[in-house]
Design a protein around this ligand. Structure first.
Ligand code: TEU
Ligand code: CA
Length: 560
């Protein structure tokens, strides 16, 4: 593909390097492991691989705490391995995007090691330092995602530094032009090496309100910092500068992670004329099942809410561009969350894939989603490794929730659901490693693995392969306008995509029972392109009997 906006026509596959494929038996996935699996990824038909952070890091937050932006963490391999991966991926027609984590570094980064020494050192202003309040307490009431307060005191400076995530992840001071130049230089380094883009971690948090106002007391403590740091005063200015200094010189994909960003704000980030980013990861559909403890809840989403959120983003980002995802390394598995486990797992996984891939935007597949994996029953709460999950377990215990309830909540929402080793086959450790995996393998692997999926023509894998191929064959998937069908239906999510020549009709049932569904007369006679059940009518009728979790895609040419 050589068109300018190749990223609009692409499907991205996300690899969590630590858990994809171990090549040397140390129980940790690595770059050589990824290289060995490139044929699998090429077979699936994806265009781009996004790697979670592989830089030098003490791994307090699994690599989102970077100690050296120019070094590969030795547990994944060397720079030579990375160059080999890049070259071989390109030979397999796969582009590579890396994770860019520049809101914060690790506290082990040389900049921070210097910065914390004194107020006079050359790196003094690389991070966000503030004096204590008169009584010695933190500069404001912000909490951090992983800890109580977002501020940590350093006696040598008699000041606090800001960390919106763990205390080992100090926030960089984007107000300092030197910091920005260091980052741009580092970005150019990776582009010059040949990478094809960046997924940009919490990119909407870079610019903080400089008076660091207290957040209103009624905001939940863990993320009340959004009040003074999401979509902040100089955010667009910084990204436009980044574009002028870096992106303008390369033909690359840029996707910014954008929690707490609404669709109006998203339009500003992604409008091509503003020269900021190609697309964002929005969070509205991730928030539909939040409860009393935020993400860690047992609440189930409502279809009406899902439709409302997806429709809003589909219809709003026409000038900009959407990214489409059900899950990633921070989210539970979509079959458990939005579809079904048990006997409908496979059909529901295909249904969810259909809904997402035929919307407008660039779809992202998180490793294992193409196998329809479900959440992981960890044997004990002690087996969880993730910093966020461990913190939540402590907090839920502290407020007196029962162990049974905490287990249930972690099963539903822990980030570790997505982080267990990729199940390649039914041999030892699911074929992931000859040694002891750094995190337990899901006990589901004998029934759910890639080898089995590749041997079964009805597998989720081959269905995803067809979905990806559909996008390449029908341009309406890329450029068609989005409209709902039967927008009040409480069990079936129907929509159409229309351009000047053709139309796709997509019908997705979220019901575990059969549903009788009526369609507008104009669709009658449309031809079946894809379904997750065999024996669905080849030509669309006014009434259709939908089996549980059915997904049907019909097509018609429009008369001009
Ligand atoms: O996540 C940012 C983010 O918004 C998190 O608060 C996310 O909502 C949370 O993980 C959900 O439970 C990014 C990375 O994707 C995540 O893995 C990192 O831990 C975080 O940034 C800090 O770098
Ligand atoms: Ca390894």
């Amino acid at each position: 593909m050589t068109s300018k906006a190749w990223w609009k026509e692409s499907v991205v596959y996300q690899i969590y390097p630590q858990s994809f494929q171990d090549s040397n038996g140390d129980g940790i996935g690595d770059l050589q492991g990824i290289i060995s699996r490139l044929p699998y990824l090429e077979k699936l038909g994806v265009d781009v691989l996004w790697l979670n952070p592989i830089y030098q890091s003490p791994l307090v937050d699994n690599g989102y705490d970077i100690a050296d932006y120019y070094q590969i963490n030795p547990q994944y391999g060397t720079l030579v391995d990375f160059q080999e991966l890049l070259q071989q991926a390109h030979e397999h027609h796969l582009k590579i995007i890396m994770d860019l984590v520049v809101n914060h570094t690790s506290d082990q980064h040389r900049w921070f090691q210097e910065s914390k020494k004194s107020r006079q050192n050359p790196y003094s202003d690389y991070y966000i330092w503030r004096d204590p309040q008169a009584d010695g307490s933190a500069p404001n009431n912000w909490g951090s995602t992983f800890t109580d307060s977002a501020w940590e005191y350093v006696p040598a400076r008699q000041q606090y530094y800001l960390h919106l995530f763990a205390k080992e992840q100090p926030d960089l001071n984007w107000e300092n032009p030197q910091v920005r130049q260091e980052i741009y230089q580092m970005m150019r380094y990776w582009f010059d090496l040949g990478i094809d883009g960046f997924r940009m971690d919490v990119i909407t948090l870079l610019s903080k309100k400089q008076d660091f106002p207290d957040a209103p007391a009624d905001l939940p403590r863990h993320k009340n910092y959004y009040y003074g740091s999401s979509n902040g005063p100089r955010e667009h200015e910084f990204l436009q500068e980044m574009y002028r200094e870096v992106f303008a010189y390369y033909d690359v994909l840029t996707v910014g992670e954008a929690a707490n960003t609404n669709s109006d704000q998203a339009l500003l980030y992604t409008d091509p004329q503003r020269h900021e980013l190609n697309m964002l990861f929005q969070f509205d559909h991730m928030h539909l099942d939040y409860g009393k403890y935020g993400k860690f809840s047992e609440v189930r989403f409502k279809l009406s809410d899902l439709r409302q959120v997806m429709t809003e983003w589909q219809q709003k980002l026409v000038q900009g561009w959407n990214s489409l995802y059900w899950s990633n390394h921070d989210q539970p598995r979509p079959t458990t969350r939005f579809g079904a486990e048990g006997k409908f797992r496979v059909v529901s996984a295909k249904m969810l894939g259909t809904l997402l891939h035929l919307m407008q935007g660039t779809p992202y597949i998180y490793q294992g989603e193409e196998l329809g994996l479900k959440n992981v029953p960890f044997v004990s709460l002690n087996a969880y490794q993730d910093i966020e999950t461990k913190q939540m377990i402590q907090e839920l215990r502290a407020v007196g929730e029962s162990e049974t309830k905490i287990k249930k909540i972690c099963y539903l929402k822990s980030r570790d659901n997505a982080r267990t080793p990729f199940p390649w086959n039914n041999s030892k450790n699911a074929g992931f490693s000859q040694g002891t995996p750094w995190i337990p393998v899901s006990p589901d692997y004998p029934q759910m693995n890639a080898q089995q999926a590749l041997a079964d023509p009805d597998s989720v894998f081959y269905y995803y392969q067809k979905l990806i191929a559909l996008r390449k064959k029908y341009s309406v998937v890329i450029d068609g306008r989005y409209e709902n069908i039967n927008s009040q239906d409480s069990e079936v999510y129907g929509f159409m995509r229309t351009n000047s020549q053709e139309q796709l009709i997509v019908i997705c049932s979220f019901s575990q029972d059969p549903v009788n569904y009526s369609l507008p007369a104009e669709f009658t006679g449309s031809k079946l392109l894809l379904a997750n059940y065999s024996s669905m009518p080849a030509s669309l009728e006014k009434q259709i009997e939908l089996p549980p979790y059915a997904a049907l895609v019909y097509y018609r040419k429009l008369k001009n």
